[in-house]
Design a protein around this ligand. Structure first.
Ligand SMILES: *[C@@H]1O[C@H](CO)[C@@H](O)[C@H](O)[C@H]1NC(C)=O
Length: 215
């Protein structure tokens, strides 16, 4: 079992990979812990040497469809930067379809948006309807809650603002957007101040009924 988990955790890493280790992240955590969350198409790529000449980055040209989250002042994002080397967690984009849309999380460094293998970069079409709503609205409203991945039992939360993510031990996860907690659930704070898993189905319904009442 340990070995299987090990494979899952490090599956995103190729050959020289011992220096790039990514913990899997629930999409809500990916949203909350990133500076930038967008829906975008990858339309081109070039190599870019940093101004001090010490590193080569891949500069992806993108068409941003929607910015879900970004620091104030960022209106449009045209480029995403990533290390060229896998061992530095560089992200390689494999799809050549320039019309395919992706959910992308990244971070801002020196006024540029950077991405890497440890981010959440997934075809938009492969997201569950709940995850799409999560990115559009629901994750942002629940960033006070933290999701703790459980890689092997036993695991426990440290305080009442955490939900345990057990998709990994239940072996129900193959990629980072699968598994029932990942695809359908939201970690939300209840009336007693505890963070608990809740089905996004009920949230969608409440949101819709609130909206229709207010109109
Ligand atoms: C490219 O992506 C678009 C949008 O997802 C899809 O409709 C189209 O079929 C894809 N084309 C190819 C050649 O895969």
């Amino acid at each position: 079992m340990f070995f299987a988990l090990f494979l899952v955790i490090f599956a995103c890493i190729s050959k020289e990979a011992w220096s790039c280790r990514c913990a899997l992240r629930h999409p809500q955590s990916a949203y909350c812990n990133s500076d930038v969350v967008i829906r975008a198409k990858f339309v081109g790529q070039t190599l870019h040497t940093t101004s001090d000449g010490t590193a080569t980055l891949v500069k992806y040209e993108i068409k941003t469809i929607k910015i879900f989250k970004a620091p104030a002042g960022i209106q449009d994002i045209q480029f995403l930067y990533t290390p060229q080397m896998d061992s530095l967690c560089g992200y390689s984009h494999h799809s050549t379809n320039k019309s395919e849309e992706f959910a992308v999380t990244g971070f801002v460094m020196n006024d540029r948006v950077h991405i890497n293998l440890c981010g959440f970069i997934t075809p938009w079409a492969s997201l569950s309807p709940y995850q799409k709503k999560g990115f559009q609205q629901l994750y942002k409203e629940n960033c006070q809650c933290q999701i703790i991945p459980c890689y092997s039992v036993p695991c426990e939360t440290e305080n009442n603002k955490q939900c345990l993510w057990t998709d990994l031990v239940m072996k129900q996860i193959l990629k980072n957007n699968e598994g029932p907690q990942s695809s359908k659930l939201l970690c939300v704070e209840n009336n007693d101040g505890f963070c608990v898993w809740e089905s996004m189905k009920s949230r969608l319904y409440t949101t819709v009924s609130k909206l229709s009442r207010s109109q």
